[in-house]
Unconditional design. Sequence first.
Length: 232
Amino acid sequence: MSENQVNVLERKPVILIIVTLLVILIGSVVTALLPFFMEGMEVKISTVRPYTALELEGRDIYMREGCNNCHTQTVRPLRDEVLRYGEFSKSGEFAYDHPFLWGSKRTGPDLARIGGKYPDSWHVQHMTDPRSLVKESNMPAYAFMATTPLDPSNIKSKMGALRTVGVPYTDEEIAAAPELLAGKTEMDAMVAYLQVLGTMINKAAVETVVDSATVSPVVPDSLVTTPETEVK
Ligand code: HEC
């Protein structure tokens, strides 16, 4: 642009605003919108699978009770977090979380890697009476869960709804779901959900450098599957 042309633009504020907005719009589309449609942006982890019917019910109870108001579900790639909670969270681990429950408040500890940390019986005892295990805990007791049977009437429509947003449940899995919930309590579902949290990645394949000041947020090749080998 010659100096003359620039001056013309600067002397016409309305046109200048329109041109500026256009430039910002193009920038936003390129940097924010396009990545949504790029294959490589979605990191696939071959071992991450959709939740079973029981785990899904547990997840819904977790949301209903507002556990995510006190607990986060994401370990950030920071040294202290990795030392305390374990491997930092990878985006691919949340592929089937609708909605994700990362949270933003840690009244209690992060739960992204809680699966396998305690036996089932610990969770039952802790949910029934948190202060019997951690004296100073301010977590509410959820003893009623052990005596509340699950309601299997909605599970098929829940799984169907998740399928419409990309969770690969098969017709057989959906048909078999109510049967799997028969005779189970809310406590069974809650514990099944807690026990699977953070366990779907192959921990041996993750090489986190905890010695350096920061932890590399790079996902190692061994964890990433190409779109051709993605899980069904
Ligand atoms: C008012 C805040 C609050 C709410 C709501 C809450 N928690 Fe907690 N939770 C805590 C606190 C504080 C701790 C740490 C002390 C303890 O272990 O009881 C904790 C600990 C835990 C632990 C043990 C974590 C560990 O690594 O030792 C689990 C599991 C847990 N909560 C699950 C849940 C679930 C599931 C729900 C919802 C049904 C829930 N919490 C709701 C505050 C809360």
